[in-house]
Design a protein around this ligand. Structure first.
Ligand SMILES: Nc1ncnc2c1ncn2[C@@H]1O[C@H](COP(=O)(O)OP(=O)(O)O)[C@@H](O)[C@H]1O
Ligand SMILES: [Mg+2]
Length: 334
């Protein structure tokens, strides 16, 4: 049976209206029962908690939890997924982490803020070098909020015919109103600059203008996330249409170490010489480091080793450095 302390804590959190604490204790209770061998009871408790949480989320946001798939033309424009990503799994500057926590918090208090005539942050522009977690952030916001992620497929959106692009944009903004979700416009410079994918400048300008108009008018409960590696070519008018602009950076020494540790997991070398590994990773992005670790782990697995070889990982990091340098040269047109 549940301990007296559990019951007291449960009642207290209920009286305080502290839902999160209430569910946390209820989960502890389920775990406690499971440990006592009361597996059926534990399972029933967990189901009750899940159902109550789902109902509560739906109430908070005034919308049913959508298990939707876009239909018709929308299906080609929007790619839907239901990410489980969590903020704690990202390595971020404290400034970026604070901004994201603020977005999540305002979303969790959505109804309350709206009831007071306040506007929760919903339109966020993410800028920074490739591989620093901008796309991952959209999935993380969806995961934290328990809502679907809709990725806008720019190559389908942007057509040769301006009228078509505007009509497609309109469909996306209509979807945003009818199904609450995180809507990601990735590689946003394709829309947000006057030298995007569209092949003439006048046309690019018109696409940008329809976007500006639609984002301005949008009063839905969805999140609009735009991400770009090239903020410098974005049209200036865009910046004030967003509630927040979040700047991502390459990882510093401590963050490099965190990415290495997190990615290595149980494959970490027995006596890691972090300083030396970190040195080889200077200037790499989070994604570069993650890939180098991935390569080293594959190597370990193929050799039936229990942990990665430090020298091999160092070499994979150095290889990433030269790949990055080659990438730089080719983007500079050299
Ligand atoms: N800040 C981060 N924290 C943890 N992992 C990251 C981070 N940034 C990137 N990664 C890893 O690199 C992958 C690619 O990153 P991505 O979000 O596509 O970068 P961007 O969109 O900024 O180019 C991610 O899926 C993740 O595995
Ligand atoms: Mg990206």
């Amino acid at each position: 049976m549940a301990s007296g302390d559990h019951l007291k804590a449960l009642l207290k959190s209920h009286i305080d209206g502290d839902d999160r604490h209430f569910y946390a204790i209820a989960m502890q209770l389920a775990a406690h029962e499971a440990k006592q061998g009361h597996v059926r009871l534990a399972e029933e408790l967990r189901k009750l908690i899940d159902a109550a949480k789902a109902r509560r989320n739906a109430e908070v946001h005034g919308l049913p939890i959508p298990i939707t798939k876009p239909r018709g033309e929308l299906a080609s424009l929007l790619q839907v997924s239901y990410p489980k990503n969590r903020l704690a799994d990202m390595v971020l500057d404290s400034g970026v982490a604070d901004s994201l926590r603020q977005v999540i918090k305002e979303q969790r208090y959505f109804a309350k803020l709206r009831d007071h005539g306040l506007h929760p942050r919903r339109k966020v522009l993410l800028v920074g070098p490739p591989g620093t977690g901008k796309t991952l952030t959209a999935a993380t916001l969806a995961g934290e909020l328990g809502i679907p992620l809709f990725m806008v497929r720019l190559e389908v959106l942007i057509t040769k015919y301006m009228g078509e692009t505007a009509a497609k944009l309109r469909q996306i903004f209509d979807a945003l109103t009818s199904v609450r979700g995180v809507y990601l416009f990735d590689e946003f410079d394709a829309i947000g600059s006057q030298r995007g994918l569209a092949n003439d400048v006048g046309e690019a300008r018109r696409i940008l203008n329809s976007f500006l108009m639609m984002i301005e008018q949008d009063d839905s409960s969805s999140l609009i996330i735009a991400a770009t590696n090239h903020p410098e070519i974005l049209d200036y008018a865009l910046f004030r249409r967003f509630d927040d602009v979040i700047e991502y950076h390459l990882p510093d020494t401590e963050q490099i170490r965190q990415v290495l540790r997190m990615r290595l997991g149980r494959f970490a070398p027995k006596r890691p010489r972090w300083a030396s590994l970190v040195e080889s990773a200077q200037g790499l992005s989070h994604a570069d480091i993650a890939r180098a670790v991935h390569d080293a782990i594959k190597d370990a697995v193929m050799h039936d080793a229990e942990s990665i070889d430090q020298a091999a990982l160092k070499q994979f990091l150095i290889n990433r450095q030269s790949m990055r340098d080659r990438g730089h040269r080719s983007t500079l047109g050299a």
